[in-house]
Design a protein around this ligand. Structure first.
Ligand code: URP
Ligand code: ZN
Ligand code: ZN
Length: 480
């Protein structure tokens, strides 16, 4: 089955060119001007539009069991919403309970994700440690194509990884050629502040950001970065929301450390005033961690993206409806943490990034797909419109516009943090694995069309600990 995209401008992270794109059997087979449509090929008229790699969202949580409930978006509805917004691949998270074997959790998530209609992959969280975790990390890297392990430095009493777990997991990742990722917030500090605020009678969502101050993120970012530095493992910080954490990344990168940072569309555009809204439902709908921040942090995040200090954008798509958020009516610490966005990220970033001149269209491709593909080792199969690459493509109409609303979005949640936002720049067509899945407002998806994407390990790495030992103490001192 072939598909010809005619008359558009192909935009990659490093260049743009006027060219047609021919797709056959899920793969891009030709890119040049004036291509002829093979017999029977479907033709898409992309005149005046951009032909870009489909978005890759490196941070989603479909149907996540979390805080006593389960996220309302499943792998089918979530990937369909992603396709409607021009995103053709997600990287979700396997999150084992403490003491749960990693492989058990991994197999459970693989079962849930079979209904996905866009390609997907998994980071696997290390939430505890013993010899079985050491072994399972090896199996995941060598046999299952997992090359990234996640660490929650927050959520004490649930999935928080103590420093001992971080040390063991980071060290194992180096041996395996994997990258480590971290949710950087000091979980002990958050726990103590939550307790204190509740004791003071601060029970509503307005207390949520107070319990998770920027310093708690800055401290944890620094700790993760310093551990990674000593151990010699590449580190990716998810949902960087503060200048505090960004400054730690900038410092480390200037020292030559392989540290990467992700910005969420929400953190770039929503500020902490939402938590002081008089309506509980509205304020609770915004409860996610790290919380939305004061405006000056947003400005810092935009500069981080523009300067390349932050390389990727994501959504942390983790949906809970009003009845689920109501679990925390009398205690803000019980409000399930999470907000949506997998459908909106591309349009929001185009509107507030490209249309404002903060990002070029090529930089837009870099921060919405190519950099993620690079960092997680699936480039150029993903993240590039190139011959031989997977045909995951968004045809982007820079003139199309809409108003974002929960009433019209495809996401399976009753609230949208971008409600009322006018966006200009939308997908006219989304092609996933060579098939047209979204066309001018209409989704054409089938459960199970998405594929699990293996991500190979990186070149074997040398442990910084071993190197330091060799350099500093070449032989034991003989004191006999
Ligand atoms: O509030 C959030 N972000 N919920 C999902 C879990 C996480 O911390 O990423
Ligand atoms: Zn997180
Ligand atoms: Zn998350």
């Amino acid at each position: 089955m072939s598909l010809l995209i005619k008359g558009g401008t192909v935009v990659n992270a490093d260049s743009s060119q006027r060219a047609d794109v021919l797709i056959s059997d899920g793969v891009i087979v030709a890119i040049r001007e004036d291509l002829e449509a093979p017999t029977g090929a479907e033709v898409i008229d992309a005149g005046g539009q951009y032909v870009m790699p489909g978005g890759i969202d490196p941070h989603t949580h479909m149907q996540l069991p979390f805080m006593g409930t389960v996220a309302s978006e499943d792998f089918y509805t979530g990937t369909a919403a992603a396709l409607a917004g021009g995103t053709t691949m997600i990287i979700d998270f396997v999150i084992p309970d403490p003491e749960q074997p990693l492989m058990d959790a991994y197999n459970t998530w693989r079962g849930w994700s079979e209904k996905a209609c866009a390609d997907y992959s998994f980071h696997v969280a290390v939430t505890w440690w013993d010899e079985s975790v050491h072994k399972d990390m090896g199996t995941l890297v060598r046999e299952e194509g997992v090359n990234s392990f996640k660490h929650f430095m927050a959520y004490k009493g649930a999935i928080m990884a103590e420093d001992e777990v971080l040390y063991n997991s980071f060290t194992r990742a180096v041996e395996l050629g994997a990258i480590v990722t971290a949710h950087a917030e000091n979980g002990e500090l958050v726990f103590q502040l939550q307790k204190k605020l509740m004791e003071m009678g601060m029970t509503g969502p307005e207390a949520h950001p107070l319990s998770r101050p920027p310093a708690a993120e800055g401290e944890a970012a620094n700790r993760a970065i310093r551990l990674a530095e000593v151990i010699g493992v590449p580190l990716y910080l998810v949902h960087v929301s503060t200048k505090d954490a960004l400054d730690e990344i900038i410092r480390a990168r200037l020292e030559g450390q392989r540290v990467f940072g992700e910005a969420l569309a929400g953190h770039l555009l929503v500020d902490d005033s939402v938590y002081r809204h008089p309506d509980f439902e509205y304020a609770a709908a915004h409860v996610m961690s790290p919380p939305f921040r004061e405006k000056h942090h947003q400005e810092a995040l935009w500069k981080g993206l523009q300067s390349g200090s932050l390389q990727t954008t994501a959504t942390d798509h983790c949906c809970f409806c009003a009845d689920q958020k109501a679990m925390g009516k009398d205690d803000f610490t019980m409000i399930p943490n999470g907000t949506a966005g997998v459908e909106d990220r591309m349009a929001v970033l185009w509107t507030h990034g490209v249309s404002t001149g903060k990002l070029t269209k090529e930089e837009f491709v870099a921060v919405t797909s190519a950099n993620t593909a690079n960092i997680f080792n699936i480039y150029p199969r993903k993240g590039r419109v190139a011959v031989g690459a997977d045909a995951d493509i968004v045809v982007w109409d820079p003139e199309a516009s809409k108003t974002i609303s929960a009433k019209t979005h495809h996401q399976n949640v009753d609230f949208n943090i971008f409600e009322g936002m006018e966006v200009k720049g939308l997908p006219s067509h989304t092609i996933a694995n060579g098939k047209l899945r979204f066309k001018e407002g209409e989704l054409m998806t089938n459960k199970g069309d998405g594929r699990y994407i293996k991500r190979p390990a990186f070149q074997p790495m040398f442990s910084a600990l071993d190197l330091a030992a060799k350099a500093n103490v070449p032989t034991p001192v003989d004191r006999s």
